[in-house]
Design a protein around this ligand. Sequence first.
Ligand code: NDP
Length: 309
Amino acid sequence: MAKLIDGHAIAEKVYVDLRHEIADLKSKGVTPGLAVILVGDNPASRTYVRSKDKMCRELGLHSMKFELPATTTQVELLARVQELNHDPAIHGILVQSPPPKQIDEAAIVRALDPRKDVDGFHPENIAKLALGDPTGLVPCTPLGVQRLLIESKIEIDGAHVVVLGRSMIVGKPLALLLMQKNKNANATVTVAHSRSRDLEKITRSADILIAAIGRANFVRAQHVCDGAVVIDVGINRVKDAVSERGYRLVGDVAFDEVATKASAITPVPGGVGPMTIAMLMSNTVKACRQFGRGGSPEPTANANPARID
Ligand code: NDP
């Protein structure tokens, strides 16, 4: 039976380290600040935003939460982003996805000061990830997956990692991260997607299989070789008459049958999920450490203002 990789326990470890870093920054007169903007009233998004705000407060970070009406225009949202870009008390800005349909999400991401883009989706941060530039902010879920593997002492270096899914939020940045030339990466990465032929053959060749496709219980025992490590990023709602909410959350992996073949596996919930928020906090602290005094009117004109080391 596979060893269970406990995302809550590993996230707690991350928070212990972060508390030290935050205390150190505060002793230098700077409190890392995160601003989260929610547009509209999507209940799942509202829950995510509240838990991010709560975690900031628990860690002693400066937290600003903006809940804007569903009718907010692109111009109004851009104005709020610009304001936060220039707010020296704010080191990280996150616009909760998905926004209402009148909002051009890509344009909002491009408007963020890349130094404050703690989601890591700005083209400058994606480029830095591809270049292996450590000053970039890396998307939180891929970073969380890497940290889970490292903390679980699973060797990435030299392993064949198969990533199922090629989204810009998970699959693609995760592949870039794990193929980097450093000891916490150095993987041979294969990215598979809905057009991949003979998926089972590809996934069975993985030492580490990472599923991020958004299909409930898609990965079955026949997709996995004996002894593989299986990381389940998926979060899917399935009907459950017994549950009060009428649904329960399951991953992309059929946990019970895959756990009999894998050497280690993440549960859903309680695996990658807690790590994503931990990495958001970590990115906020990193952004503060790198560019401590916050925004300047021309973000790229001065690459490194008031750096705090
Ligand atoms: P997207 O829908 O953006 O991307 C899904 C990817 O999976 C696409 O590349 C798609 O291929 C591929 N795919 C879909 N169906 C299949 C299939 N049958 N076989 C092979 N590949 C397939 O999803 P996200 O990346 O945003 O999210 C993926 C999952 O991860 C979701 O369940 C989401 O809720 C969860 N998630 C969890 C997070 C966490 O914190 N734990 C954070 C972010 C996401 P193609 O490109 O060809 O269409």
